[in-house]
Ligand binder design. Structure first.
Ligand code: F6R
Length: 623
């Protein structure tokens, strides 16, 4: 979730790029950099930290490590440039890993958002023919690849490079040989052109140039865009021209930050396919298994040697942990204990050196989760943090870290980070299974293939599901109580669906294991009570159908999340929210999305501010 920006025109590029990056800082802020072309020279300045660090460096004296850049960059009237604000995925946070990256001759510079999945193979090939790599990033390979293909036409070289690149990314390139040209390419990650008078902008998001133009062209997947001060052309990778009308956005700066969505939460729900793709990409590059050897991850021998897993977390992160328990037990046949961190820390738990304790926390700052991790570590357990936030306290309190790569989540109600946490739990379950040889290799390969398909399935689901959730919300938004039920891997989805409804709509909701209903909660059911049931495919679906019938017999109105093509649940429910088919164990990652959208639609009908629900904070640093 990095931010990229480019400018070509007649005005000094440096300030325009910095201004653009300031608007994109929400996409990542662990390092930043810009490159500009002036007087036959490309100057680059990069800095670790947020944009103030970059600004300081630009304003400061010449840095010997960056050569002539800062002063020259400040003084020269460069009118072409690119900029980047980074959210590290490959390679740690360091100046040499900050963008822009360049080829060995320092003639092609690029800024990249996303992940190049086949970068290792490309890097080997390019290194064999003389490319010298200076960073640990996947992104650098793009600069070398473009340079390799360059023969006097940057657009042509980018098209040739694009064809070789796998993954999901957007990038913008420039070269010294064509000082008033920028070329961008998009595969899955966003890229938008801002059209000006004798100047053009290109960026990951509209806010980067909104102060200068509202005339935009949205670049589509598989398109290459060439920008010159007086012209923008779009082609396919094969070079065929693409016509794209210029649209005028009437967004105010706040709407623009939300990418045109009415709220951050809705924007983040729509970012889930992207966030998931980032989280799984390189980790599922090997078709036959999963790799969790990121920098800072635990050593494999520790994973392989764990005798028991303990998961601690709060709220939504705890629900991701529940999915993790099912996956690890099912696939890796390891005992898994799971507890809410605020309970675990005061329980005097039996935990020790043969335990692997996993703390899941989006923010990495939740006081109770940190305390639970600390306690386990003090007692000799190995602690693994799963977090979305680089540099957070959780990363310092753990022996190893696995990052979800969801990008910054602004909406208080967690959405995309949940989906990414669940994905990491699946990856961990499969890696443990591989190490412990508890699943056949073919079965692991099958599951890896299914996981790789999930981002597409999510994109398809979000396209189809919004209007269904809206229609259902119309029938139940004024109810004063909802019951959510599920069994097995459907249970954490029910828990999470109910939490989303409570947080943003302030409606009282309970979530129960469906089999528990008759032990109490069934007394709450009345004529028309909405019962939301997670009824995706699973070996316990017929048991769940019996529970649905019990609820319906008491007059409840049953809304079911089902697997597409379902015929078993349909006759027994009032409304359905289908999700694409997948392996049944993976259904939670899809099934939660209709419930996010339902909670969202209900809350909006009640006129509530979903991004900042009352009494809640995004990061809970007090116990
Ligand atoms: C709910 C939500 C919270 C968090 C919980 C833990 O939408 O966001 O329940 O999941 O406060 O926060 P982290 O994951 O930052 O530890």
């Amino acid at each position: 979730m990095c931010g990229i920006v480019g400018y070509v025109g007649e005005r000094p590029a440096r300030e325009l790029l910095l201004e653009g990056l300031r608007q994109l800082e929400y996409r990542g802020y662990d390092s930043a950099g810009i490159s500009v072309i002036a007087e036959g020279q490309i100057d680059a300045v990069r800095a670790v930290g947020n944009l103030s660090a970059l600004q300081e460096k630009l304003d400061g004296p010449v840095s010997p490590r960056e050569g002539v850049a800062p002063v020259a960059l400040a003084a020269k009237p460069a009118t072409t440039g690119i900029g980047h604000t980074r959210w590290a995925t490959h390679g740690r946070v360091s100046e040499k890993n900050a963008h822009p990256h360049s080829d060995s001759a320092d003639r092609v510079h690029v800024v990249v958002n996303g992940i190049v999945e086949n970068y290792m193979a490309l890097k080997e090939r390019l290194a064999a023919t003389g490319s010298v790599f200076t960073s640990e990033t996947d992104a650098e390979v793009i600069a070398h690849l473009i340079a390799e293909h360059y023969d006097g036409d940057l657009a042509e070289a980018v098209r040739a490079a694009y064809i070789e690149l796998e993954g999901h990314f957007a990038f913008v390139a420039m070269t010294l040989e064509e000082p008033d040209v920028l070329v961008g390419a998009r595969k899955e990650c966003p890229l938008i052109v801002g059209r000006g008078e004798d100047e053009q902008f290109v960026a990951s998001a509209v806010p980067a140039f909104l102060a200068h133009t509202r005339r935009v062209q949205f670049i589509d997947n598989g398109e290459i865009v060439t920008l010159r001060p007086d012209e923008v052309t779009i082609t396919t990778p094969a070079g065929e021209p693409v016509e794209r009308p210029v649209q005028t956005v009437d967004w105010d700066p706040e709407t623009a930050q939300k990418g045109g969505f009415e709220t951050f939460m809705l924007k983040e729900i729509h970012e889930q396919a992207d966030a998931l793709a980032e989280t799984i990409s390189d980790r599922t590059a090997r078709a036959t298994g999963v790799d969790l050897d990121d920098e800072g991850a635990l050593e494999e021998s520790i994973l392989a040697g764990a005798r028991r897993i303990v998961i601690v977390a709060c709220g939504t992160a705890y629900h991701a942990g529940v999915v993790g328990r099912y996956a690890i037990e099912e696939w890796a046949r390891l005992p898994v204990e799971l507890d809410i961190a605020s309970e675990y820390r005061y329980r005097n738990p039996v935990v020790g050196p043969s335990d692997l304790v996993i703390g899941i926390s989006q923010s990495g700052e939740t006081a109770d989760t940190l305390a639970a991790m600390r306690l386990a570590r003090e007692r000799g357990a190995t602690v693994l943090a799963i977090t979305n936030t680089m540099g957070s306290q959780a990363t310092r309190e753990a022996d190893g870290v696995l990052f979800t790569r969801a990008g910054l989540e602004i909406g208080v109600a967690a959405t995309k980070t949940f989906v990414c946490q669940v994905a990491v739990m699946y990856l961990l379950g499969l890696r443990l299974a591989e190490l412990r040889q508890t699943l056949a290799r073919e079965r692991i390969a099958e599951l890896v293939a299914e996981i790789k398909h999930l981002p597409n399935a999510i994109a398809e689901l979000i396209r189809a599901c919004g209007s269904r959730a809206e229609a259902i919300a119309d029938t139940c938004w004024d109810s004063d109580f909802f019951l959510y039920i599920g069994r097995h891997i459907g249970l954490p989805v029910a828990l999470e669906g109910a939490l989303k409804l409570k947080e943003i709509s302030y409606i009282s909701a309970d979530a129960y294991a469906a089999g528990e209903m008759k032990h109490g909660p069934i007394a709450l059911l009345d004529e028309g009570t909405p019962v939301v049931c997670v009824a995706t495919q699973s070996p316990v679906l017929d048991k769940l159908v019996s529970n649905i019938q019990e609820a319906r017999a008491r007059g409840a109105r049953v809304i079911a999340v089902v697997t597409a093509g379902d015929t078993v649940v349909e006759p027994h429910v009032d409304a359905m929210l289908p999700v694409p088919a997948s392996d049944w164990m993976l259904q939670p990652i899809l099934a939660v999305i209709p419930l996010q959208l339902l909670a969202y639609a209900v809350a909006r009908r009640r006129g509530l501010n979903v991004d900042q629900p009352r009494n809640l904070a995004k990061t809970v640093t007090v116990e």
